[in-house]
Design a binder for this molecule. Sequence first.
Ligand SMILES: *[C@@H]1O[C@H](CO)[C@@H](O)[C@H](O)[C@H]1NC(C)=O
Ligand SMILES: *[C@@H]1O[C@H](CO)[C@@H](O)[C@H](O)[C@H]1NC(C)=O
Ligand SMILES: *[C@@H]1O[C@H](CO)[C@@H](O)[C@H](O)[C@H]1NC(C)=O
Ligand SMILES: *[C@@H]1O[C@H](CO)[C@@H](O)[C@H](O)[C@H]1NC(C)=O
Length: 268
Amino acid sequence: MDQTALQWLLFVISLLCCTTNQVRLTVSPNRSQLFEDESVSLSCEEDDSSAGWTLRRNTTTDTRSQCGDGWGRTAGSSCNINYINPLDSGVYWCESREGSTSSIINITVSGGSVILQSPVLPVMEGHDVTLHCQTKSPPSKLPADFYKDGSLIRTEPTGHMTIHHVTKSDEGLYKCHISSHGESPPSWISVTENKTTAPPTSATPPPTSIPPELVFRLVLHLVVFCPYFISTLLMVSLYRHRPTDNESTSASTQDFDDIVAVTTEYHF
Ligand SMILES: *[C@@H]1O[C@H](CO)[C@@H](O)[C@H](O)[C@H]1NC(C)=O
Ligand SMILES: *[C@@H]1O[C@H](CO)[C@@H](O)[C@H](O)[C@H]1NC(C)=O
Ligand SMILES: *[C@@H]1O[C@H](CO)[C@@H](O)[C@H](O)[C@H]1NC(C)=O
Ligand SMILES: *[C@@H]1O[C@H](CO)[C@@H](O)[C@H](O)[C@H]1NC(C)=O
């Protein structure tokens, strides 16, 4: 089997495998900055509930700690945090038993009275993104200054700012300020490049090495399918050898052919 065929096979296997193994991390309220004492619900939304996803986080005090393990309360596939605290700021993600992960979400909890409402997930290149500068109470449309990487970029009279057709250069650390209320914490906005428009010059990319993740999935599949495969072979051969009388050479050849046929069938 040449390398291209092997890569194609691995690709198909990973596709079959991964489509049933996707997980999305959602957060409600749907924003990356929260006020202190808000309650938050984080969910690992999955297609295959047997994968056993757990919600984990890294904060300044925790590393890879699981929901319920000193923070949050598990309720079904959700994790609820009542009265969130600035110390709960950090990165949150869903992780399966086998170690695959969802996208990672940055959550920042403000002890002050202003937050920046920015997208939780990376923004796709070419799309528009709107940032809202929000005060704690009452939520109002006050003029706001928006900063990127520490420099003032815009002052908006209505407190929200839209960036049209974002590009990779819009990526950065954003914050906002409302006079007489204060400043929001900073949030990182990341931009995902369109994969389809990435290589317009090379129509035939050079053969790449097989990603270790695919090899892992292939091994996983072999481990799962091998016992099944072997037991099928055993059953077939036992069944064939049950009538022990008048064994001719042609009959054995026939048996052999059948087993080869079975082998071929299970060899993907
Ligand atoms: C969480 O922290 C651990 C240990 O510092 C690190 O290896 C891991 O990459 C972190 N995970 C994320 C998603 O930042
Ligand atoms: C989280 O925020 C940090 C900076 O505050 C940034 O470096 C990192 O890329 C962000 N991660 C995600 C997944 O947005
Ligand atoms: C959360 O907001 C993003 C846009 O920032 C949107 O694409 C997504 O559908 C929202 N998710 C939910 C669960 O409302
Ligand atoms: C990227 O893809 C989106 C659709 O997913 C499209 O709306 C946008 O125009 C594309 N951007 C570029 C720069 O090609």
